[in-house]
Design a protein around this ligand. Structure first.
Ligand code: ZN
Length: 123
């Protein structure tokens, strides 16, 4: 399930939540999993058409250890307010294409085009 995007309480910018961290194969970007064990299962069964036994999985892990990598996902940060935690308690998603001509942008003090939330609460 996708997480709700977060918004900066200072400037109201809305940021998409990147996908969750997980494991993946460098040699095959299609193969991803939420943990290392599952990655081995998925990769093994893609090749062999069945799930590996414990021994086979251990062998596979050893063989492919340089190909396995943990995908890191940094939580979203506002580039303008890196010390402020983006909040997921917000309302009123708005895309401002032309802030200089928008009443909403003026009210919120927004100068840059982008995605904004009308109301953001600090968390
Ligand atoms: Zn901000």
């Amino acid at each position: 399930m996708a997480e709700k995007a977060k918004a900066c309480p200072e400037c109201h910018q809305v940021f998409d939540i990147p996908k969750k961290p997980g494991w993946w194969l460098k040699s095959n970007n299609e193969i991803t999993a939420k943990n290392k064990k599952e990655l081995a299962n998925v990769a093994f069964s893609t090749v062999n058409g069945r799930e590996p036994t414990d021994d086979e999985r251990k062998a596979w892990n050893k063989e492919n250890k340089d190909d396995i990598e943990k995908e890191k996902v940094d939580p979203p940060r506002c580039p303008d307010h890196p010390d402020t935690n983006p909040s997921n308690d917000w309302q009123g998603f708005t895309i401002l294409l032309n802030p200089s001509r928008s009443e909403v942008a003026r009210a919120l003090g927004i100068e840059e085009p982008g995605s904004y939330a009308l109301k953001v609460r600090h968390q």
